[in-house]
Each structure stands twice: as structure tokens, then as C-alpha cells.
Design a protein around this ligand. Structure first.
Ligand code: ZN
Length: 227
């Protein structure tokens, strides 16, 4: 997932945000950029763009405030949430698939990073129509759950065992390949052989993990991450 750094300049932020949920918004504008939002929010007298992320209709994801900074997007919840805003007005239009897919990816990334699973629409927490009547929180919730089931930690250690095929090893191998760690000529075949062992050790070394070639909860979480 590619997240674009917007290089916005903020006026004094408070870096004590502790994310426990994601809160979703729409821009209520058919077309706008993160720079527009930043300017609007500065004009409100705020520190700058109140959201942590902004997703355009073409699926590009932009950084707003630093995740650690308290947001300005949802009264009473700004210091315990990540605010994501989507370009568009979902009272009058429907979200396209490209933008929706980017939202799913970003939400998964944030949920796994902070080990959270709560996602609210702004209107569930404050009196507002945001993120718009056409925005389907149900669909997002069920799509995220499907992904979480497939990829959650299997609950046992994955280790060298070249004679047994395991679908969790196969998933691990495909993620290692995605991250440019070769698991040998056989690719993601589900067998934990010596090339997979080497790939995992390299990954562990590169990511500051204990280099033992055994995949427990911590290594699994890092390898399976969406970025
Ligand atoms: Zn909102």
C-alpha cells in the first residue's frame, strides 16, 4: 500500500493520541485535495487538516496529521481515534470501487497496527450525516472481518518441517514473496523447508525480531502486515 506524504505544515499539534478506533468521514465535496482540506481547516482556526488520512476517488491515500497527533474531526473522540476522510459527498453520490478498496486496505493496516477493530462513521458518535447516507459501514465491516479471519495468527508456532504441507505456511510464504524475500524455487508450496527458514531469518533480522526462524505471534503479525 502506497501512502503519500503530503508535507503539510501544521501549527502546533498535541502528540498524545492513543488510537482505539477508526472514525470515517466524507469531505462533503465532490472534488477536493488534501491541500484544500488543510486550508479549510486552517481557516477554521485549527492546527491544519483535522484528519489523519485522506483518500481520493482514484484510490490515492494521503497523510494528514501524524497518527500520534490528536485529531480535529470528531468531538469527544479526537484523542482516541484515527480519522479518515474520503473525497466525495456520499449524501448525493456513491463511492467507487477503487476508492473503496483503498479504504479497506488502509483500515486493515490501521486495525492491525493498533490491534483495534472498532470502526465508526462520524454520525454514530456526533450529530451529523457524515460520512453520508450512501456510505455502507456494514459492507466495510464485513469485508474487514473476512480478511481478519484468513490472516489472524493461527495459534501455534510455524517452524521447520519440510515433510508436512500447511496452508498457513503457504500464506506465510506468499507474504514473504510479496515483501521480496525469496522462499526458493518451489515458491509458496506450503512446505516449511530450508529456503523458507532462511527467508524468515532474513526477515526477522531486517525487522528487529528474534532471529530464530520460528514464526510466533510477533513474527506472524509483522510478516502478514499489509504494508
Ligand atoms: Zn465527519
Amino acid at each position: 500500500m502506497n501512502i503519500i506524504n503530503s508535507n503539510l505544515i501544521f501549527k502546533g499539534l498535541d502528540y498524545s493520541n492513543v488510537p482505539r478506533m477508526i472514525i470515517l468521514h466524507h469531505a462533503a465535496a465532490l472534488k477536493c485535495s488534501i491541500e484544500d482540506i488543510h486550508r479549510w481547516h486552517l481557516n477554521n482556526g485549527w492546527s491544519g487538516c483535522g484528519y489523519h488520512y485522506f483518500i481520493r476517488k482514484d484510490g490515492r491515500i494521503y497523510v494528514g496529521r501524524n497518527e500520534k497527533a490528536i485529531g480535529a474531526h470528531c468531538i469527544n473522540y479526537n484523542s482516541v481515534s484515527i480519522g479518515i476522510c474520503l473525497e466525495g459527498n456520499f449524501d448525493t453520490e456513491k463511492m467507487g470501487e477503487v476508492q473503496y478498496k483503498a479504504l479497506v486496505k488502509l483500515s486493515r493496516y490501521i486495525c492491525s497496527k493498533y490491534n483495534i477493530n472498532k470502526i465508526y462513521g462520524h454520525g454514530e458518535l456526533n450529530a451529523t450525516n457524515c460520512p453520508g447516507r450512501n456510505f455502507s459501514l456494514e459492507r466495510l465491516g464485513s469485508d474487514l472481518k473476512v480478511g481478519a479471519e484468513v490472516e489472524s495468527y493461527p495459534g501455534y508456532l510455524l517452524k521447520f518441517n519440510p515433510s508436512v504441507k500447511d496452508k498457513n505456511v503457504e500464506l506465510l510464504q506468499s507474504k514473504l514473496i510479496e515483501k521480496a524475500y525469496s522462499v526458493g524455487a518451489c515458491g509458496a508450496d506450503g512446505y516449511f523447508g530450508k529456503d523458507t527458514l532462511l527467508a524468515i531469518k532474513r526477515f526477522q533480522r531486517d525487522n528487529g525480531l528474534l532471529v530464530d526462524g520460528v514464526v510466533g505471534r510477533e513474527s506472524w503479525g509483522k510478516i502478514l502486515k499489509y504494508v
